[in-house]
Design a protein around this ligand. Structure first.
Ligand code: MN9
Length: 304
């Protein structure tokens, strides 16, 4: 399907939870306004960052609806519908189309591994068929699904079975494979980068859009990486990417997404903690994270 292309920095949006772990849709609007004012050009909802896999299907629908309504067409909303049950995934895709989401995306099942291109095509065809009017993006994240599919072969062979296939969310670190996907069939596919700590490499390889978790808290920094690269100032873009790497290394000392949510809380956004199996952080750990982020200057360079 040829559709409008994604561009710029798309936030893999966090799902706000209450202190006792329930979905908190009242906190979606302030989060969306924060993201849009920081220069975000799209929202990816219920992905890894949004804990889609840890929510019930009813909760996923509630979250998708809250983001779609609040965003009200200002930027594209992509709803991630992947599930171990393809029946559930398809029904989440149907729901996404029904509520007016702009695009759907899905991981492959991960309990039983998908171990071949044909199996992946057949699985994703079932899911995409739930939303026949929406562009479909396969969410390639082999580190979490455990399915190491040849994604170039997937793109080559899938179009007949998945007429709505628009592209990929490419969350792996193989720049050469990312480049092959971008260049395939004269650039027919919208291939979106998903590894924030390597954004510079992806831009150099031809990326025009990226979906990631850390764009929730540091979009202006990444925007400066892009601008410096476009202006030919490679040294400056490398210096800025290095700050992103330091930020991610700091957060990775803790349960990563809990640390990210703690930073959003510091900025006054009531997103709560993460749901198990991701561990929450104690008050002491949050204080330590804050001082470590201060040490690397995060609060000076992440917001402007
Ligand atoms: O999909 C995110 N991946 C996961 C995007 O959360 C598994 C990334 O944005 C990473 O969180 C980010 C930090 O490692 O690159």
């Amino acid at each position: 399907m040829q559709s409008e292309r994604l561009r710029g920095l798309i936030a893999a949006a966090y799902t706000p939870l209450t202190e006792d772990g329930h979905v908190n849709t009242a906190a979606v609007a302030p989060l969306v306004e924060h993201l849009l004012s920081s220069g975000i050009t799209g929202l990816y909802v219920c992905g890894s960052t949004g804990e889609g896999m840890s929510l019930s299907s009813d909760e996923r629908k509630e979250v998708a609806e809250a983001f779609t309504k609040t965003t009200a067409g200002r930027v594209p909303v992509i709803v991630q519908v992947g599930h171990n049950s393809l029946v559930e995934a398809r029904s989440l895709a149907e729901h996404a189309q029904h509520i007016g989401a702009d695009m759907v995306s899905a991981t492959c099942p991960s309990y039983f591994k998908v171990n071949g291109v044909q199996g992946l095509i057949a699985s994703m065809a079932q899911v995409a068929a739930g939303a026949p009017n929406l562009p479909f993006y396969y969410y390639h994240i082999p580190a979490l699904t455990g399915s190491t599919i040849d994604v170039v072969q997937f793109l080559r062979q899938a179009p007949n079975a998945i007429p709505t296939l628009a592209g990929l969310k490419y969350t792996d670190t193989k720049l050469f494979e990312f480049q092959e996907c971008l260049e395939l069939s004269d650039g027919q596919y919208d291939v979106v980068w998903g590894c924030d700590e390597m954004l510079l490499g992806a831009i150099a390889t031809g990326a025009h859009a990226a979906i990631g978790s850390t764009y929730n808290v540091a979009a202006p920094l990444y925007q400066r990486i892009i601008s410096a690269f476009e202006a030919g100032n490679t040294q400056e873009s490398r210096r800025l990417q290095s700050l992103s790497i330091q930020m991610i290394r700091t957060m990775n000392q803790y349960p990563f997404h809990s640390a990210m949510k703690a930073v959003l809380e510091l900025r006054g956004l009531a997103v709560g903690g993460c749901r198990l199996p991701q561990q929450s952080m104690s008050g002491e750990e949050k204080a330590l994270l804050k001082s470590q982020l201060e040490t690397i200057g995060f609060f000076d360079w992440s917001e402007t």
